[in-house]
Structures are given as C-alpha cells and as structure tokens.
Design a protein around this ligand. Structure first.
Ligand code: MTE
Ligand code: MO
Length: 419
C-alpha cells in the first residue's frame, strides 16, 4: 500500500520548493497566469445550490458505437484500434476507428441537464456551476492531439521481453489522434475564481464508480492535475473531429490533457475540485506510477507525459508476396518532442534505412511515414520501426520493466511472412 500521507507530504514539499512543474510551467509562471485572471470579464453563471446532477442513465453496459472486427479488438470493457485499419484513415482518427478505454461502461448523459460543478477550498468565491451553453459561450480553442493509454504496448513486455505485466494486454492500438474543440480549462478556472493558494485540480467522471477485481470500490474515475498544467494547455472538449463529442469519448464534455497519459483526460466530466492542498486518487498513487525492481518501493512520481512509439499499419503476421514492391506505412509519435526521423528495418534489425515522413511533425500528435520494400526471399521475418524525436530521444531495444506495464517504448518486432 502507498502511504497517501507520504505522497501528500512529498508533493507539498516539491511544490513549496518550486519543483512541482508540469511541462515546464514553473510556480512563478503559474502565479503570473493567475494574476491575469482579473482581466477577464466574468460570465453570468449559476451560483448557490447545485443543480440536479446529470442523469446517469440506464443504457446497457459497454460501448455504444459499432465495433466491427476489422477495426477493433475487444479487450474486456475496452476496444483497441487495429493499426492496419488506420491505413484507410488520414491524419485524424475518425470516431469509427478511435480506441475506447472504459473502466466500466459508457454512460448516456443528457447535455440539456448536464452541468459542470467547480468546487473546493482553492476557489475565491465558492462553488460555481456551468451548463454546456455557458461553456460554449466562452472563447473556444481547437487543437489536434492524441489520447493514448499509458499501458499502450503493454503486451510486448510479455511477448518481446518475457516479463509479464498486469492490465489490459494492448498491442499498439490504444491511441487515437483527433481534432478537439472546447474551452480552455484555464478560462473556466478564471471564471470560477482560483485563489493564490490553489495547487491541484481534480476532474471527476460521471461514469459508474470503479470496483476492482478484488471488490474494492475506488469511487469515480478521477485524477489530480497540478494547477500549473491545468492553467497551461488543458481543454474541456465538447467537440471531436468537428462533431459533438461521441458518447464513448466523453459526451458532453471531457478533459483533454495534451501529451499526458490518457487517464488524465477524464471523460464525462461532472465536477472539478480546486484544492489548496495536494490531491490524490488511486489513479495517481497505486496506478499510473512505475513500480518494480528498478523503482523505489513507493513507485515513481505520478506519470505525466506519454512516451515515444512507432507502429506499422499492417496486421500481425501479415503475408506479403515476394518479388513485389510494397509501400509499407506506419506512424510514430512522441509526447516530449516532434518526430525527427524514423528508421525502418525489414530484415529483423540487421540493416536500417530512413523512412519518408508524410506529415510535418509536432509534439503530441503522430507523424505518418512510408518506405518501399521489395522482399526477395519467402519466409518469416520481422519489420522494425525506430523513431527519434527532436529532444534526441530514440526508441530503445528494450524498456525497463514495471509491474503495471506502462510506457513500453522499445522498438516492436512486427512479425510478417513473405510468401
Ligand atoms: N470518466 C472516465 N474517464 C476516463 C476513463 C474512464 O474509464 N472513465 N478512462 C481513461 C483512460 S485510462 C484513457 S486511456 C482514456 C481513453 O479515452 P478514449 O476512450 O476516448 O479513447 O480516457 C480516460 N478517461
Ligand atoms: Mo488508459
């Protein structure tokens, strides 16, 4: 068990030492951001008694959208995108192909009665409520970013490194890249009035409380964010790829935390606590930290930014005819920098050549690439893709093991057969 007091104390010490940074936003910059709050006109919002909470609905459990077998692999309550199905899509992942990670089931919420409640001792003027119309009246912002599960690639700890890890056995399809539109969380927090003492915010979902396999009820899916990140680039998204957010992806409003572990992007947002003390939830104490031989007993710091990965748009064990030129395609992505180059090996890692990038690389989105291959000899082989980003980071040959299988960033050996 993690001592939550110890975590709390360490988090607070880091904060007071000015080390509780997120994506480079230091405490002094955050105070400057907060100081700008007074300059923004306030919006008429409901004060006082909370409105009825959003209906939790009685929809059947599970995922609402169709999950055809040529696009998705069902894994428990989740659906993984088949990378080969992305070959028929463009830069943005359509809803029809976007992976779903549900702790329980997609709730059916009514946008007309939905409200977002902002509360906690880190507010200057007490609790505030926003309807969807209130949020839509605020200035909107759009950006493209991926949502990727921290456990994406987890199964390769087992299959490639012989080191099993607990959790959903994703291959590489627990990622989607969409255009999101919504209101900046910083804008909403300014409207609500954030005090100078506030340090953390905790968005919470309206889906059912999560009960673990051993019967422990962990409550609503929720995970704290340092205020510095909340004030930086976080969006409360109400649109995905130009349409209202689909039910499975958080309708009517989800949090979108660019580049961070998918769990930070809370779907079906119901409330946000703003706190003057560091917050914790099981999703930043017992989950979403690195545990294992290479890590301290209390685990690493809570995970923030995702890592660096590459995938081919090919089925596993794909058959490729010999003596033909194939145009291999794939995607690479990084949360720490833009993709700088991608090298591909078609002979199980003996020789490498640079792939041609098809997109202008940006951090927190992916870059598509292509490379020709003219196999001569029939038989099994492995295709490898290795990305490097603009921070100089390269995909390693192996990832240091952690018991929950997060952040697999090693080069994946994609089995194919030349026929
Ligand atoms: N309320 C709520 N938010 C949630 C989750 C959830 O189960 N409930 N799953 C999280 C996880 S672990 C991931 S990886 C992403 C997945 O987003 P997607 O289903 O839109 O692809 O949502 C996150 N937000
Ligand atoms: Mo996730």
């Amino acid at each position: 068990m993690i001592s939550e007091e110890a975590y709390d104390a360490r988090r607070r010490a880091q904060w007071l030492a000015g080390e509780a940074r997120a994506d480079g936003v230091a405490r002094r910059d955050m105070l400057r951001l907060l100081a700008a709050a007074g300059a923004v006109a306030t919006l008429p919002v409901t004060l006082g008694a909370p409105r009825a909470r959003a209906a939790t609905g009685t929809a059947p459990p599970g995922i609402v959208k169709p999950l055809p077998a040529d696009r998705f692999t069902i894994r428990g309550t989740n659906a993984e995108t088949k990378f080969e199905a992305l070959a028929e899509t463009g830069f943005h992942t359509p809803t029809s192909h976007f992976f779903v990670r549900n702790h329980t089931a997609t709730p059916r919420l009514d946008a007309k009665t939905w409200t977002l409640r902002i509360w906690g001792d880190g507010l200057t003027g007490g609790e505030r409520e926003f309807t969807l119309a209130d949020l839509r009246r605020l200035p909107s912002t759009s950006r493209t970013a991926f949502v990727e599960c921290a456990g994406n690639g987890r199964s390769f700890f087992t299959t490639q490194q012989g080191q099993p890890a607990s959790g959903t056995a994703w291959t590489l399809g627990a990622i989607g890249n969409a255009r999101w539109r919504g209101v900046r969380l910083s804008e909403v927090l300014r409207q609500a009035g954030v005090s100078r003492d506030a340090v953390d915010v905790m968005p919470s979902g309206l889906d059912a409380e999560y009960v673990t396999d051993d019967g422990t009820n962990l409550g609503r899916v929720r995970r704290p964010l340092p205020l510095s990140k909340a004030m930086d680039d976080v969006i409360l998204a109400y649109e995905m790829n130009g349409a209202p957010l689909p039910a499975d992806h958080g309708y009517p409003v989800r949090v979108l935390v660019p580049a961070w572990v998918g769990i930070a992007s809370i779907k079906w947002l119901g409330d946000i606590e703003v706190s003057s003390r560091p917050l914790f939830s099981p999703w930043n104490t017992q989950f979403y930290r690195l545990f294992g031989e290479a890590y301290p007993p209390q685990g690493s710091a809570p995970l923030t930014r995702q890592t660096l990965k590459s995938a081919f748009e090919l089925p596993w064990n794909a058959s490729l005819p010999a003596a033909t030129t194939h145009h291999l395609t794939g995607r690479s992505w990084s949360a720490t920098g833009a993709i700088a180059r991608v090298d591909v090996s078609t002979d199980a890692g003996r020789t490498w050549h640079e792939a041609r990038l098809k997109d202008t690389p940006h951090r927190a989105t992916w870059t598509r690439w292509t490379t020709p291959w003219h196999p001569r000899t029939p038989g099994p082989t492995a295709l490898l893709a290795r990305a490097r980003d603009t921070t100089g980071r390269t995909q390693p040959e192996a990832t240091v093991h952690n018991t929950q299988g997060y952040f697999f960033d090693a080069v994946v050996r994609h089995a194919v057969r030349v026929v």
